[in-house]
Design a protein around this ligand. Sequence first.
Ligand code: ANZ
Ligand code: ZN
Length: 821
Amino acid sequence: MSIETNEIYNAKDIEYEAQSYWLLEKTFLADENNSGEKFYSLCMFPYPSGNIHMGHVRNYSIGDAIIRYKKMCGKNIFQPMGWDAFGLPAENAAIKNKTHPASWTYTNINNMRKQLKQMGYGYDWSREISTCSPDYYKWEQWLFLRLYERGLAYKKKSIVNWDPVDETVLANEQVINGRGWRSDALVEKREISQWFLKITDYAEELLDGLDHLEEWPVQVKAMQKNWIGKSVGAQIKFKIKDTEEIVEVFTSRPDTIFGCSFIALASDHIFVRKLAEQRSNIKLFTDKCRQMSTAESDLATLIKKGIHTGFTAINPLNGEEIPIWIANYILSDYGTGAIMGVPAHDERDHEFASLYNLPIKQVIKSIDEQNTNIENLFIGKGVLINSGQFNGLSSEEAINKIIQQLNKKGAATLETKYRLRDWGVSRQRYWGAPIPIIYCADCGTVPVPEDDLPVVLPEQFEFTDKSNVLKNIPEFYHVNCPSCGKNAVRETDTFDTFVESSWYYARFTCADQQNMMLDKRTNYWAPVDLYIGGIEHAILHLLYARFIHKVMRDEGLLTSNEPFTRLFTQGMVLKDGTKMSKSKGNVVNPQDYIDKYGADTLRLFIMFSAPPDQRLEWSDAGVDGSYKFINKLWNTVHRYTNSNLTKQFHSNKAITIEQTSLRRKLHETLEKVTDVMETRLSFNTAIAAVMELMNTYNKFVINSQEDKTVAQEVLDCIVIMLSPIIPHVTHVLWRILGHDNALITEKWPKVDELAIIQDTVTIAVQINGKLRAQHLICIDASEQMVKDELFSLREVQKYITGKNINRIIIVPNKLVNIVTN
Ligand code: ANZ
Ligand code: ZN
């Protein structure tokens, strides 16, 4: 039996048919020769964990709705999909399940691809990327070598957070309460040699560029700005009394220098390191500091601890002698790793000084007299006091004058600092892209020659939980030095997986290109017009991608300045108010719903149940409601097409009020839905509007040929408007409505402005049969609206107050008769 004649909505058959059509017709294959204006929509690609989860469904349903809408508007669309396939979980899973990270990953990819296809997303699968494929990471290695040549990739020793269980380096954000975010192991500090990319060279451009990203959420831009953390200030030299040594501090507030009552050094400061070698109490203290989290967010709330060094520093401006301390709240990798402590004007210094009884001396007074010292602490700028010749100056003036004066003595320089650190890309893990470097005893660090790329990650060996996997694969580890030919060894660190995800959007545009990293297709498609993903990537992923984009631009690989024109961050999917997680056992699996209801129901529920940028609470009842709605739509269309269409209605040339009002509703809805698709992306409100329109339609009775024409227009439009959200059932209904073309090739309809104009009509108001008033109302006002409006009229009030209303007779758009006792 064909789908059309089947009265019952059968999601499985319908979805199979629609998907087969799109596949056969190559509907979503990218085409650089299409005349339409290009539109590149991208959702953050998934980590192939095994199954798609509801977060993916939400993310990808939004992207797909947009791309389908844009296609119907005549845009030349591109929507690719791929796999962020390297990373630690594959190794952990392989150890647990006694398999290989590679086969675990490939199996998962196959399964998830199947699931995404079942969801009916319009991807160009011909440009699929797996980041673990040598075809892909070859170009990453190639770009790394370009960066190495330009001095933008370098190796240095650094102290890292070391997770002893996962045996890997952790970023500060991955250390939670001193423990590894994944392993929960106590994190140690270790000094190891690692590769870095010089993102700090781009700090200023990354910051400036934010101002031009007009279509990014403001909070994401604020987070990036904070992360880059530009600070303009001075570096000031303090002599250490009775030594030849100097401590340099970085301060954004040179105007407070007369209030400086101590110097505080980070536990890793060179002077401290020297002291620690001689003094066991200092060593003990700094060892303790090292075990603590260095995440800056934790520093504010940290319980301050310090130890006096016994040394004294000399204030270069007034010669005052102040003690030098070591303190746990000083970051070793910001500024100079040393500060001048000004307890009267800095909160942390205040806390520290109070704890150790160090002097608190006010040197800034608020301009606003109301706002004076609260417990000896005034943060903010004002007017200088207790500051010798600088008294009476404003903070701004004093900052300039003080820097000038110190500068003359060679004791200060103007400095701009960024909180942003260079990007450590080394990972001591197997399942990642090899860093293309060789170490030779004679030649030192030798880049792998371009012709020898890719350095392929070996996959054919028995994977066990031993660390240093790559060092134990001789065919990989041992190589001849490309420069002298002698025995040498390969770098065994692999890239941070953020490296792969920082340029995949560009590679999609030419995924099959074997001879270069990017080709001219990149400049056609890039930048991505709409990028959709979770807010958790607001900082690192998006910043790294912006950085690598600029690097690729400077390499001449592409011409745009930014990778993503518009950014949309979707909200999380929750169950019982919390994030779905295996450990809580509250995960709902999309596959169960695809099997039970079909993809359209799942898509409708996820798009309808909440504004897309807000949290969405999972609800089985809600899913059921979505299924019912699709059935109702199915039945509504069938009721129309099955009604006796061959019957010749008599033609009633005059346009009826019912027709006008239904068409008005239709075009108001179309206007709203179009606006949602173009700008706000609040799909839930668009769907609600279409549902309302359908309710209105269902009250409409077809009596004439003209009625039928209006009904057809309304149903056509309902089907079109819902098609980006529920593309399968609408694909079939479109044909059932009598169209020869496929729905996805149909043009998005234009709003009929004339239909929206509100008409009014004068109605007669009678009370007990006597004409009491004439009143102007909207032509299609509902009964309730008419009643509300008339009862508020003074002429009417006069006759009905204190009486019981027995009956109200309404002749639409003509007359209302109110019958009282
Ligand atoms: C004296 C002072 C007085 C400061 C005052 C602030 C207020 P921003 O502007 O965010 O960059 N600082 C400098 N290096 C530090 C480090 N390694 N670890 C912890 N704190 C450090 O912050 C610059 C200010 O942060 C600097 O200015 C310094 O404290 C502190 F009323 O110097 B200030
Ligand atoms: Zn050599």
